[in-house]
Design a protein. Structure first.
Length: 191
């Protein structure tokens, strides 16, 4: 007689606490409202770090990001230019000296983010994938070495795609790191 094991639920998301999701991806959630965590900020890499969605201009959240990445933070990128995703970007840039890569017209950007923009770090490459044509400042990113989609809120908490372009499928995505909620280990159930 075989015993069917129930899947183990992921640990709760605790704002301000770094959680390793894979060898190259860590998540730190911003404080949210009530008992719910806020936006997920991702740190990609070990020797060189990309911060994806630094979040609001919240000193304690930025302190945690700097504490986890320090002088290894080389780039800051955004899945969306709305304030909830990007308000802390300029202050994080000032504190770390990182290059801010953002859509055209974003105040304080060092380089313009566009569809297909690549960041080649020592241990990984991420590629920007524009939502629609990118003119509205909305992007997702593919961490090529792990085939992870850093989706921002272009995948909702239940995992349903929200405006993701068809070209994401060409990367054969294995996992999804959403803007809110839990890491999705099996992307095939979503994409």
């Amino acid at each position: 007689m075989s015993v069917t094991e129930e899947p183990v639920p992921p640990p709760p998301i605790t704002p301000g606490v770094a959680r390793a999701l894979s060898p190259l991806v860590r998540r730190i959630a911003c404080a949210g409202s009530g008992d719910e965590p806020g936006l997920n900020t991702y740190l990609i890499g070990i020797d060189e770090i990309v911060i994806i969605d630094p979040g609001p201009q919240d000193a304690s959240h930025l302190d945690v990001l700097c504490g986890c990445g320090g002088d290894r933070i080389r780039w800051i990128v955004l899945t969306d230019t709305a304030e909830a995703y990007s308000a802390g970007a300029q202050q994080l840039k000032e504190r770390t000296g990182a290059e801010l890569v953002a859509p055209a017209g974003f105040d304080g950007a060092d380089d313009v983010l566009g569809d297909g923009y690549k960041i080649d770090a020592t241990e990984f490459r991420i590629t920007a994938v524009a939502i629609d044509d990118g003119s509205d400042g909305r992007f997702s990113f593919v961490l090529e070495q792990e085939r992870t989609l850093l989706a921002g809120d272009h995948v909702n908490e239940s995992g349903a795609p929200v405006g993701l372009p068809e070209k994401v499928k060409s990367y054969r995505i294995r996992s999804i790191a959403p803007g809110h909620g839990q890491y999705i280990e099996n992307a095939s159930t979503v994409l």
